[in-house]
Design a protein. Structure first.
Length: 280
């Protein structure tokens, strides 16, 4: 007899709005990462400021900030004892982070070297940073990304989702839409969390070695799930069975429906959709 939790989770992953749920999860995780990244950058800014201006840190204050990913609440903004430090990321009394598009534009136009980034900050914010200071700040960002990708996985996730979304990626001076794959876990208490992400590099799905990806997750502590849900990506199911032989694998129901409808005449698709809605 199947475990009731297992059966309930299978019902959840067959929900027709699963794709939207995962997209909302991804945006939530991006907003959390943006908050952590901003706080880390501001702390590094303050450290450099204190070294150059003979000041010391003095805790932080909380504020909210509107970003392209939604409003970030309780953002910790570092301050100094002499109260002369002001972050260059946003204006002191602004409640909106409106410079993202401009910043991306200038960084792309400049090629993202440390000197170009320094020039970018001066153009947008009127604040001067040396290339060395920029290098130190960007190294902090790189470290935070690596910490996220290598963080130990301590929870058990009964269900794993393997999915992807398209984002704009710049390579060699050219910006193109590339697929970013991610593995999300559904915990026992119903919370969904992104466990890792991978970019094939413009070579397509086959460029991903799913066996190595699941080995990486296993080494980080990911325990065997009950169920893995994903599309028919090359090598995905085989990799799951190799690393987690007791886990069931299920193709995404929504994608199965779409693939089926592609083989149905256009005039008959509305009727077929209604029938599928009753089945799933």
């Amino acid at each position: 007899m199947k475990d009731p939790l297992y059966e309930n989770l299978k019902i959840i992953i067959q929900h027709p709005e699963k794709k939207k749920i995962l997209e909302n999860l991804l945006f939530k995780e991006i907003k959390n990462m943006t908050k952590n990244l901003l706080e880390t950058l501001i702390l590094e800014e303050r450290r450099i400021f204190c070294e150059e201006m003979d000041d010391v840190g003095n805790g932080y204050f909380l504020r909210s900030l509107k970003t392209p990913f939604g409003e970030i609440k309780n953002l910790r903004v570092a301050r100094t004892r002499k109260k002369n430090f002001k972050t260059a990321i946003f204006e002191p009394y602004s409640r909106e982070f409106l410079y993202l598009d401009e910043l991306i534009y200038y960084m792309y136009a400049g090629g993202c070297s440390t000197r170009d980034v320094a020039n970018t900050l001066e153009k947008i914010y009127g604040v001067k940073y040396s290339p060395t200071s920029i290098s130190r700040i960007t190294s902090v960002v790189t470290k935070k990304i690596e910490e996220f990708k290598n963080a130990p996985i301590t929870k058990w996730y009964p269900v794993l989702y393997v999915d992807g979304t398209y984002l704009k990626v710049r390579r060699g001076g050219v910006t193109e839409n590339e697929v970013v794959y991610f593995v999300a876990g559904l915990s026992e208490d119903g919370h969904k969390e992104i466990l890792g992400y991978w970019i094939p590099g413009g070579s397509g799905e086959s460029a991903l070695n799913w066996k190595e990806i699941f080995k990486e997750l296993y080494k980080r502590g990911l325990k065997e799930p009950l169920l893995v849900v994903g599309d028919n990506l090359p090598g995905l199911e085989e990799a799951v069975k190799l690393i987690y032989p007791l886990a069931d694998f299920q193709s995404c129901v929504l994608h199965k429906v779409r693939n089926t409808l592609n083989r149905v005449r256009k005039r008959e698709r509305p009727c077929s959709c209604r029938r599928f809605e009753g089945d799933i």
